[in-house]
Design a protein around this ligand. Structure first.
Ligand code: GN1
Ligand code: MG
Length: 371
């Protein structure tokens, strides 16, 4: 079925005017839908959930429903004390009352409210936006921090478990296709050596979790800068979107993912590796915004592992992109065959920059924590 046919199945008033591609997601297909009545217009987000990535879309939707209901209640309860109207998308049901529509050929489609008069950025340059991104993540984590984690499904077992990605990498490496790609590309071999040098470090967060130093909590799972919505009028963060990966996990996965995407001015698709650095001004602003909200629930151990999360999550994403390149680009959407290799180069360069700036990054994390 066409997106325009699917769009009419959801409970939104008006006649369908258009369905347009929205954003640059690497997994799902996302559209903006516009419907008009005689007197107004209704816009919403329509998405086809990738079953290759999310084998149980009903679990994804159950998590989104549970967490948004909880979060909307908290936002309402705090609204009188808040400096802004915080927003979070809500599920729009199908006309027959379902949370998503499954096509005859097994494709799950869902609709969500659109956060209007706000925009997201694939990459940012100014500390004011990094501050807002930090606050948006801290706010989201705070309002879901009291949600019972055992009521959330694990929609993607192994997601952000870096040693698991390493095992998968080792398996893919054995395939003839991966070996051919390695033989053909010195750049691919350079990344393979980069990974080898960091094997021992990949379990740093999982070990801390097993040792009881870090606790499993509700997390967003994918708080990259392009999932942060900034209000067009106030310039303040208003919402975090893309709630597919809300699940039990370590808040450090979120922190590291937000930092690696917010504090790299060159962005995930950079062409020039010399421009890829962990920007300390953006980091300072991000951490200040984050701790304004998250300071109230972080423990001493949580603080102690923030640097590791910054170093690890960029590396992990590089490993995931690289493995996907070696596997023939089966997970992340690509425009050309080398895109995942280039994405991996960018994240590994960022990891190098994080390692080179470790003392300065630790100082920023510690001084912001002490305020
Ligand atoms: C994927 O689909 P999207 O773009 O929201 C990926 C994230 C990565 C991100 C990198 C479920 O997110 O983990 O950090 O690409 N999502 C999944 O851009 O694997
Ligand atoms: Mg996502």
């Amino acid at each position: 079925m066409l997106p325009s046919e699917i769009a009419t199945l959801f409970d939104v008033p008006g006649r369908l005017v258009t369905v347009q591609p929205l954003g640059h997601g690497n997994v799902n297909d996302t559209y903006r839908v516009i419907c008009r009545t005689t007197f107004d217009e209704n816009q919403f987000v329509l998405q086809r959930i990738s079953t290759a990535v999310f084998p149980s879309p009903e679990k994804v939707m159950a998590n989104i429903k549970a967490i948004t209901e909880h979060a909307h209640g908290k936002i309402e309860a705090e609204s009188d004390r808040s400096d802004r109207i915080w927003q979070l998308p809500r599920i729009i049901k199908t006309r027959d009352g379902q949370d998503f529509h499954l096509t005859k050929d097994g494709q799950p489609w869902r609709a969500l409210t659109l956060i209007s008069s706000a925009r997201s950025h694939e990459k940012i340059e100014v500390p004011e936006l990094a501050f807002e991104a930090g606050q948006v993540l801290g706010h989201f984590q705070r309002i879901i921090s009291d949600f019972p984690v055992d009521q959330l499904e694990d929609t993607l077992p192994g997601f952000h478990c870096t040693p698991g990605y390493l095992r998968n990498y080792d398996a893919v490496l054995q395939s003839p296709g991966a070996q051919a790609r390695l033989t053909a590309s010195p750049e691919a071999r350079r990344i393979a050596r980069f990974i080898e040098d960091r094997r021992a470090f990949t379990s740093v967060l999982e070990d801390a979790s097993v040792a009881g130093k870090l606790r499993i909590r509700p997390i967003h799972g994918d708080p990259k800068i392009s999932n942060v919505m900034i209000d067009d009028f106030s310039g303040k963060g208003t919402s975090i979107v893309d709630l597919d990966t809300v699940k039990p996990g370590l808040i450090h996965y979120d922190f590291g993912d937000a930092v690696r995407s917010t504090c790299n001015r060159a962005g995930e698709e950079a062409d020039d590796l010399d421009e890829v650095v962990l920007d300390l001004d953006l980091l300072t602003a991000f951490v200040r915004g984050y701790l304004r909200e998250a300071g109230s629930f972080l423990t001493d151990n949580d603080h102690a592992f923030l640097f590791e999360s910054v170093r690890l999550i960029g590396f992990e994403l590089g490993l995931r992109f690289y493995t996907d390149y070696l596997a023939g680009n089966v997970y992340f959407k690509v425009k050309d065959d080398l895109q995942n290799l280039n994405r991996a180069r960018v994240q590994m360069r960022l990891c190098e920059s994080i390692e080179a700036r470790e003392p300065a990054i630790r100082r920023i994390l510690e001084s912001a924590s002490a305020v």
